[in-house]
Design a protein around this ligand. Structure first.
Ligand code: SAH
Length: 441
């Protein structure tokens, strides 16, 4: 079933999409065969043995570490972490994401954000908060739609807030969004570690943690962010649930291996649901904490969150994997040289969100983008494009984003909204764009 967008949202879509916003950049490059593409970044060709040394000395002194600790260290250790050291996105990186495949993706999210701002009664302030902004492409495409719809936004004071743990990526984001006019904070203790103005003159600030973002009406966007957060892994055994840990292989001291704890851990006793039916589960407690922070902010200050990632609704078991140079990679081999990821369990996020907010989805990326008007947008771009190569790229990037066998069904969209947003009593309330079902959590 297709969702019927409110007339106002349809108008927004046609205002943005009848004319090309930036046709020449509609395709950033040819679509890859899988989530991963491209060659390894040169940085990664030198394995950071220091990460393996750091992990083995940690295990030697305190015993096996949880998968969550392993993932946190490997990805975000302030010195040797994979995200901290590298620019892994794009043609010279390890993998490619939807915003990097086509600008249409970000444009549609831009329309969704404005539609939600209108649905909330057009508050005077609109903070766009992105978690894990990568190269800044998604924010840049969203802001271009904001400029296009300036007359709709009127006098609203719009600002951009980026939560990014990686100094390397924050520099790249600053380059893309502010053209190198941003300034780093004088001290490392400042909650805002970089600030500047976008090329359109909007204030933009960088933070390490969501907690540091100022309060106020905000729309939060997280694309391929939750899958990078640390997960705990649990195995059902004859003696009950046990946690999977990472240990040194006694046969090969410079290799790591998985072990199962002989007795329950605090995590295995508290994070596995009493009625769990699977034999193996992954729980992203950090993702649960972030959802609760979003819920608190949305409840207190108004706003919405849109979370898009590959994931499942509480059905999958072992999804922890590593990617390096197009290929699946052993998650424990050469830590720090490959991206670690686990599918997002949206049923867990919904449970952690609780009953005080409205949750929508998850719906597939294909459904969401089609409901947001991706077909119309593609037609407009094709109509205005005569170059056969660009036309071919437009069609293949559309296919990559929406094809069921590519990113269309593996990626899911989920939203957290203020409970008042879906109240039927409010006359002329806009339906929530992009989603097929309206339901309270
Ligand atoms: N959203 C982008 C990038 C996805 S990669 C896109 O879709 O293209 C994951 C992003 O999250 C990177 O920017 C990475 O540096 C950031 N990140 C990972 N863990 C983080 C954490 N714990 N806190 C803040 N940012 C994090």
């Amino acid at each position: 079933m297709r969702v019927f967008l409110g007339v106002k949202t349809q108008k927004l879509i046609s205002r943005v999409f009848v004319h090309p916003v930036n046709q020449s950049a509609a395709v950033r490059w040819g679509p890859p065969q899988t989530r991963l593409s491209c060659s390894s970044s040169p940085d990664l060709e030198k394995p950071p043995h220091s990460m393996l040394r750091h992990l083995t000395s940690k295990i030697k002194s305190t015993g096996p570490i949880s998968v969550a600790e392993y993932m946190r260290e490997v990805l975000t250790n302030p010195v040797t972490g994979y995200y901290v050291r590298n620019n892994m996105l794009g043609p010279d990186g390890d993998f490619i994401t939807s915003p990097e495949i086509s600008q249409i993706f970000g444009e549609l999210l831009g329309v969704w954000i404005i539609s939600e701002w209108m649905g909330a009664g057009r508050p005077k302030q609109l903070q766009l908060v992105e978690l894990g902004p990568g190269k800044g492409s998604l924010a840049s495409d969203i802001l271009r739609v904001f400029s296009q719809l300036q007359s709709v936004l009127g006098e609203a004071s719009v600002s951009l807030h980026l939560v990014e743990v990686s100094p390397t990526l924050s520099q790249l984001q600053a380059q893309n969004l502010t053209g190198n006019t941003s300034q780093e904070a004088d001290s490392e203790d400042e909650p805002v570690y970089r600030r500047g103005k976008t090329t359109a003159g909007l204030p933009v600030c960088w933070y390490r943690r969501l907690d540091d973002v100022p309060t106020g009406f905000s729309v939060f966007v997280a694309h391929e962010f939750f899958d990078a957060l640390p997960i705990h892994k649990f195995q059902r055994t004859e003696k009950g649930w046990r946690e999977v840990m990472v240990d040194i292989d006694p046969e090969k001291p410079d290799h790591l291996r998985f072990v199962v704890t002989p007795s329950p851990t605090l995590a295995s006793s508290t994070l596995v649901q009493a009625d769990e039916r699977r034999d193996h589960v992954e729980v992203c407690a950090e993702g649960g904490v972030i959802i609760q922070q979003l819920v608190r902010r949305i409840t207190e200050d108004g706003g919405a969150a849109l979370i898009a990632d590959y994931g499942h609704d509480g059905t999958k078991t072992d999804t922890f994997r590593a990617f390096k140079g197009h290929q699946l990679h052993d998650v424990l081999a050469s830590p720090g040289t490959a991206d670690l990821t686990a599918d997002v369990d949206f049923s867990y996020l919904r449970r952690m969100a609780g009953g005080g907010v409205a949750c929508m989805g998850p719906v597939t990326q294909r459904t969401f983008l089609k409901n947001m008007g991706i077909d119309t947008r593609l037609q407009v771009l094709l109509r205005n494009c005569t170059d056969p190569n660009t036309r071919k790229q437009l069609i293949s990037s559309y296919d990559m984003l929406t094809n069921r066998a590519k990113m269309g069904e593996r990626f899911l969209f989920f939203s957290v909204l203020h409970q008042s947003r879906l109240k039927k009593k409010i006359p002329a309330q806009l339906p929530v764009a992009g989603f097929t079902e309206l339901s309270f959590s």
